[in-house]
Ligand binder design. Sequence first.
Ligand code: 2M8
Length: 454
Amino acid sequence: MTTQNASTNVTSALGKLQTAALRVLRGNDLGRSTKPAPQLYPHQWSWDSAFIAIGLAYHDLDRALVELETLFQSQWKDGRVPHIVFNPDAVDYFPGPQRWACSDVSDAAPSDPHTSGLIQPPVHALAAWRICELDIASGEKLQSRLRDLYPKLMSWHRYLATGRDPEGMGLVSIYHPWESGTDNSPRWDVPLSAVKVGEIPLYTRRDTKHVADASERPTQAEYDRYLWLVECLKKCRYEDERINKDHPFIIKDALMSAIFAAANRALQRLSSHLGMPDSDRKQLQSWEERTRQGISKHSWDEKTRLALDNDMRQGGTKIVVSTCAGLCPILIPEFNDGLATICERIMGGDFAGHQGFKFAVVPSTTPGTPGYKERAYWRGPSWPVINWLYWHAMREHGFTRQAERLRQGNLDLLLEPEAKFGEYFQCSSGQQLGSADQSWTAAVAIDWIESRSR
Ligand code: 2M8
């Protein structure tokens, strides 16, 4: 085959992949928001929607912005952006609005539609800035709507910097593994084992109904703990102050914090482009700087060369485990001059360069680490969105060669005929796991394909 033929074949395969990705996003479109997966996740999820907006932006800027606008319509009065906005037409999901009871116990929570009481990583400013950049290139039609969104993003970031960091450590606290987005990761095994489960109202899981192999989902004992933590949060009326006093699970989440630093940088760009006051940028810069210092001082671990989470119920002890979250300093602009080392680590033998992997992709957990399971939820398989975050950061920070290898590894995996935009993938075989037609996988595939020409 000539070089020209080979490159025509690659272009056509990627073209087909992109068409299929758009089909997934259209199939999961609920009108003004997108569900993460056809059956397993029938509502709007916070960070999923941010990734979805990034993918949609190339094809329909207006619809991409609607995705964020819809989510922020359900922002709580205290600034938090809920992790789920419930779709009133979808009943086949547990825990649903009744179990969360947010607007019953908190005046800050909206009731139409209902939401959960948790948060998820703040990727939204990255999405808003992407929409703004593409809008600038296509004649600035969305600027006034971006101006309306901007104060909501500011108040979201303010909530994270204050409500979720009362100690001023420069690190964001989470109250539940679901807040981390890496729900069932071994990151949470030790702190969860210290949680004493009390009486939980009876419940029936729905997730295992939609995933044929239950071993790909959390165990029953883990699920009981998740629901017990929801009961505890409800008892505290979702108020940060009470939670800080009484809640049994408070962790300074390194990945969430690093995403917050990157999002503060993105929001500075948006703020500057929209001509917002200098004082906003100073504030955002200070949050970014505080996080840089927080990660450096409290979570960076020289021995493992990873960023680790701090268990605040154990005096801030580091949780030693090797997961994809440990690589998060790559997201932090100007991190300690250590970005090159982290980049090496991402592409090295514990992660994307692992010798047993079929493709060069970052696993959720390093093989062999305590708690690692090859096919289990956040315990081993690879999540394309995490790969996207690290690819995007490596590219931003000038590590183009490594970023390109990671992008290629992910595209090779997604081009496999059985990949079907899976929720996650077994690293040794590339087998699709969890749900098929997962929206955020389709969205990042679009961005990887589009980025070839940028
Ligand atoms: C997963 O989380 C939900 C709970 O929020 C679940 O397991 O039911 C996680 O992968 C999370 O990061 C993701 O946002 C959500 C929807 O894709 O699914």
